[in-house]
Write a protein that binds this ligand. Structure first.
Ligand code: HEM
Length: 520
């Protein structure tokens, strides 16, 4: 009987059919086995709260929609409010644990990276480095170490004090613009602060004068709007990649990819002549080329190129792009939120102004000596960062082995990230979290002197530009307080309607009505 049946089968015509069936079943089997294995690996996480998810895609659709609407960190913040200080979201069946207790975030980053149980995730590292090439923030281990070692001294508070005049000059320029507009026209302060911070970082790193009317002979002029647009395209690309977009998608003929290549080209054209000149100066040991201004000769770019021979054209361009991006939006948006909060809190406004006036009376300006007396202004900036942690999603980590966070077993391979917006409003850590209260940073009592300040990051990759940012913001706020009274055109909604490119910013650009101060 069996022989009869086999004899009837036409082997030559059924072979492709059999091969297809076998192929499909082995692919399905492998996928099923992997799915089952992953589900078991991450079983311990099922006890954590999680937002409602799609059976196959997990929370990916919500995450991608939030990125598209430029609201990703608001989505994390909302989930934190609903689900508590530790929850899990699923990218398919890959888990990402989100923390929002500030102490837990700090300990996790510091201890996890110290003992090697958590490392910076490969996906995030690639996303950073795909912005413009290998950069400090996208590197780890020795590749990161040598970069950080060369830049650290340049951004120490003592080295930065020599730039106080440049910073003052850039801030004075903002004051002049506001004076021209006040009281007739309202001013969107966010772009104004973007211009300020871009001019300062370009001056320090590339030796471009902060004065709007000066040019620099070493390369194309600084065109604030165009440069900002290019930087924003790269910043948004980072966000898309960090949440799952594939790197090769930049080769597709889409608007995003066209924008990406145009932005890269623009930045390279802006930077290449300057980088090449710095390398030429290093190679020929020429410090006084005729076409070189003294500002450029003393720029960080020239110093770093000479100091660290590992830097070449590609890495110097990449690092310059990184510093331009990191040094612009961060401080600019923080300043916008600080100006907004000040306008809505007249007691704090008046107290800050009194302090600025006292300092001013002795010297008639802000200098390195009287800066020390502006601790209250620095507290305003810290308080602003607590509530509006603009760099809310620093680089996520991935567990290298099973590890425990806040008593919860985190299996190997789990990604760990955080919601800084939620962390800054944790009522267990910051009393009356919704109240803008700079004093909390000045109170030296035991409980408050150890308040976590994690908005500049934690651990080894903590922000390189923290001192620069504090310096710029302190001078800028002090000058505004000295010269103007102001109010928000859109009131509190300017502080509530947030969006996010790479960083969080006010959607309406924070329009403000300034009045020159009444000196009587
Ligand atoms: C309010 C202002 C700022 C905030 C809130 C901020 C925040 C941060 C955070 C959270 C990190 C850690 C990122 C991570 O872990 O992946 C970081 C790193 C960094 N920041 Fe800032 N930043 C600010 C201003 C600046 C400025 C003005 C510069 C300009 C030099 C700068 C340059 C950098 C660099 C180069 C890194 C990478 C450091 C490393 O990987 O070792 N930042 N910043």
């Amino acid at each position: 009987m069996f022989q009869d049946i086999t004899a009837q089968i036409d082997y030559s015509s059924s072979f492709p059919y059999l091969a297809t069936v076998l192929g499909i079943s082995s692919v399905t089997g492998t996928l099923g086995w992997r799915w089952w294995k992953q589900k078991n690996t991450y079983k311990s996480l099922e006890s954590l709260p999680s937002p409602p998810k799609h059976w196959l895609l997990g929370n990916l659709p919500q995450v991608l929609a939030a990125v598209k609407q430029k609201k990703l960190f608001l989505q994390f913040f909302d989930w934190s409010k609903q689900l508590g200080s530790m929850y899990v979201i699923w990218n398919g069946n890959h888990p990402i644990v989100i923390l929002s207790n500030p102490k837990a975030i700090e300990d996790t980053i510091v201890n996890g990276m110290r003992d090697g149980s958590l490392i910076r995730s490969e996906q995030m590292r690639k996303a950073w480095n795909d912005m413009s090439g290998p950069i400090m923030i996208g590197e780890t281990g020795t590749e990161w170490q040598w970069r950080r070692k060369v830049w650290n001294p340049e951004f120490s508070s003592s080295s930065l004090s020599k730039y106080i005049e440049i910073i003052n000059q850039a801030c004075e320029q903002v004051i002049e613009t506001v004076k021209e507009a006040a009281p007739l026209r309202e001013v969107e302060v966010d772009p104004l602060f973007v211009e300020l911070t871009m001019r300062v970082i370009s001056s320090l790193v590339l030796g471009i004068p902060v004065d709007r009317n000066s040019t620099s002979p070493e390369g194309p002029p600084l065109e604030v709007t165009k440069l900002y647009e290019a930087m924003s395209v790269l910043g948004y690309r980072f966000l898309r990649q960090a949440t799952g977009e594939k790197r090769w998608m930049k080769y597709l003929p889409t608007k995003n990819s066209r924008d990406y290549w145009a932005a890269k080209r623009y930045l390279e054209e802006f930077l290449i002549p300057r980088v090449d000149l710095a390398l030429q100066m290093r190679e020929q040991k020429q410090t006084d080329l005729p076409q070189v201004s003294s500002l450029f000769r003393e720029s960080m770019l020239v110093k770093i190129a000479a100091k660290e021979l590992k830097y070449n054209r590609e890495t110097l361009i990449a690092e310059s792009v990184e510093l331009l991006i990191a040094g612009t939006d961060t401080t600019a948006h923080t300043l916008s939120f600080a100006a907004g909060e000040l306008s809505l809190n007249q007691r704090i406004f008046q107290q800050a102004r009194d302090i600025v006036d006292q300092v001013w009376q002795s010297k008639g300006c802000i200098n390195t000596e009287n800066l020390k007396e502006l601790a209250y202004i620095r507290a305003i900036i810290k308080e602003t960062l607590r509530l509006y942690s603009i760099a809310s999603g620093s680089t996520s980590l991935v567990a290298q082995r099973d590890t425990v966070i806040e008593g919860q077993v985190i299996p190997r391979g789990t990604r760990v990230s955080w919601s800084m917006l939620a962390a800054g409003r944790d009522p267990e850590v910051y009393a009356n979290p919704e109240v803008f209260l700079p004093e909390r940073w000045l109170d030296k009592s035991k409980e408050t002197s150890s308040l976590p300040m994690i908005d500049f990051g934690s651990g080894t990759h903590r922000c390189l530009g923290e001192h620069l940012s504090m310096l710029e913001s302190t001078v800028m706020l002090a000058l505004l307080l000295r010269y103007f009274d102001w109010e928000l055109v859109n009131g509190r909604s300017s502080l509530e309607e947030l969006q996010q490119n790479l960083l969080i910013y006010p959607s309406d650009k924070m329009p403000v009505r300034f009045r020159l101060r009444n000196w009587e």
